[in-house]
Design a protein around this ligand. Structure first.
Ligand SMILES: Nc1ncnc2c1ncn2[C@@H]1O[C@H](COP(=O)(O)OP(=O)(O)OP(=O)(O)O)[C@@H](O)[C@H]1O
Length: 263
């Protein structure tokens, strides 16, 4: 199957620091690809370039055959790219349902006058958004919490709500920035299942995550960054055995040990 997303030689420099340098990889429909690496490796910066938050200094982002390098997030959303952020972007004082509905408004902005005068077209859009939002809440296991204030949800439930909102855009690819950060083991497992289910439906998933157990469990493919460079990529088993990866996480002693073990 051909790539849905191609990242080609992407790079950016901040005041002389090559935060990301010449990084390339691809993501296919239904595939779960994770980007890992030690703190400061460049994961979030890479995400920000792919999702149009930062303008890359070098390289290209190709989505579904179209060069979308540096394209604004709302234009990427219309082309099928949706993302969540490391810090929750939930409206705490709104209900769970209202939060899910807000995802639809990102996509389906109708004419302002129609909304202002509450015309039938505007009412139809609102009803469709509400029905869609309820379906999404069922999909992420929050249907029974629809009328609750979002601020009263557990952290894991808030993370799932954020994924529901991103799914309202009917993405072809979903970028998840640390979806399990701050979650306990049970909540992480719920998010695991949700991500796997979304991928199974054909949506490509690109993930940045620190929880290594989760990454190893759910990823089809892993890209490893260190100091802005891609130092390895492959399936979970090969990446976890890779001496360069072990060294990046644990220091050079581990690299020496791994080299001895291999030799
Ligand atoms: N806007 C910015 N201006 C200057 N330097 C930046 C900026 N954003 C990131 N950096 C630097 O770029 C490097 C990569 O940072 P980045 O946040 O992408 O790493 P990360 O792998 O996501 O780290 P973490 O795992 O800690 O979230 C770091 O050295 C960071 O200090």
């Amino acid at each position: 199957m051909t790539a849905l997303l191609s990242v080609e030689g992407l790079g950016i420099t901040f005041g002389g620091l090559k935060a990301v340098n010449d990084v390339s990889f691809t993501v296919r429909p239904g595939e779960i690809v994770s980007v890992i690496g030690p703190n400061g490796a460049g994961k979030t910066t890479l995400f920000n370039m792919i999702s149009g938050v930062y303008q890359p200094g070098r390289g290209r982002v190709v989505l579904n055959g179209e060069d979308v390098t540096g394209m604004a997030p709302h234009l990427l959303a219309r082309r099928g790219m949706s993302r969540t952020f490391q810090n929750l972007q939930i409206f705490q004082s709104m209900t769970v349902l209202e939060n899910a509905i807000s995802g639809y408004h990102l996509k389906e902005r109708g004419p302002v006058l129609a909304d202002l005068f509450n015309l039938p077209s505007s009412r139809r859009r609102a009803a469709a958004a509400q029905a869609g939002a309820r379906e999404l809440l069922a999909r992420v296991g929050l249907d029974r919490a629809a009328e609750r204030e979002a601020g009263n949800l557990s952290y894991g439930a808030l993370k799932r709500l954020e994924i529901a909102r991103a799914l309202a855009l009917s993405p072809k690819i979903l970028l998840l920035d640390e979806p399990a950060a701050g979650c306990n083991a049970v909540e992480t497992e719920e998010i695991d299942h949700l991500i796997a289910e979304v991928a199974k439906s054909g949506v490509a998933i690109l993930l940045v995550e620190h929880d290594m157990k989760m990454v190893m469990r759910i990823s089809n493919h892993i890209v490893v960054l260190d100091h802005g460079e891609k130092i390895a990529e492959g399936d979970p088993a090969s990446v976890s055995r890779n001496p360069a990866v072990i060294a990046a996480y644990l220091g050079t002693d581990a690299e020496t040990e791994a080299a001895h073990a291999d030799g």
